[in-house]
Design a protein around this ligand. Structure first.
Ligand code: GDP
Length: 196
């Protein structure tokens, strides 16, 4: 269980992130996937990550210090329909530099909307992680929005798609920020990951 979560710094330059002197786990996903809600749920702080940021806002890497021990990083979401090429290129440069260079990064939670059939943009991002050796886990969100069987059907379809390209699909979690589903399991996993 997370006892304390404190905002540390936001920045647009991966080079300005805090000293990499503790373990770090990043959260990323399509905008509106429920990333802020999930971060707020697992840290049990309603206003920690801001929910529903609008496109066009400055895209920042946000560091939070968890239990004085590890960093949880909220990365800007991908897949805004409305952003122009300059913003998209800027996002890609910032995120790829961060993910490739951040030496204390233990894992990346890639959030995926469990209501949807496999989305190309999510598959592409996960395959990019696999190619670059960035350790990813899948976190399906908003599981309260539909039946368990629908959730499971979407997840299985997603895993099958991935298995066309990678030998072993990443580990996955099923969550709902609304209901707290999967929160403990995910937190336990993250806490184990930063211990290693
Ligand atoms: P972000 O853009 O990825 O940070 O997404 P947000 O956390 O701002 O969530 C986007 C929208 O989805 C908001 O209206 C949330 O209230 C809603 N939402 C997020 N997580 C859940 C969830 O687990 N269940 C339900 N029903 N709605 C959710």
């Amino acid at each position: 269980m997370i006892k304390e979560a404190k905002f540390v710094i936001s920045n647009s330059n991966p080079g300005n992130c805090p000293k990499p002197d503790r373990a770090e786990i990043a959260f990323i996903g399509r905008s509106n996937v429920g990333k802020s809600s999930l971060i707020n749920a697992i840290t049990e702080q309603k206003g920690l990550a801001k929910t529903s940021q609008k496109p066009g806002k400055t895209q920042l890497i946000n560091h939070f210090l968890i239990d004085e021990h590890w960093y949880l990083v909220d990365l800007p979401g991908y897949g805004f329909a409305k952003v122009n090429k300059k913003v998209k290129d800027g996002w890609e440069a910032m995120i790829s530099t961060y993910l490739k260079k951040r030496e204390n990064l233990c894992g990346v939670c890639v959030l995926i909307d469990s209501r949807l059939p496999p989305q190309q943009i999510d598959l592409e991002f996960i395959l990019w992680c696999a190619t670059e050796g960035v350790p990813a886990v899948l976190v399906f969100t908003k599981a309260d929005k539909q039946s368990k069987s629908k959730t499971s059907q979407n997840i299985q379809a997603f895993i099958r798609k991935l298995e066309n390209f990678v030998e072993e699909a990443p580990q996955y979690f099923i969550t709902s920020a609304e209901k707290g589903t999967g929160k403990e399991e995910l937190t336990e996993f993250l806490e184990e990951l930063v211990k290693e």
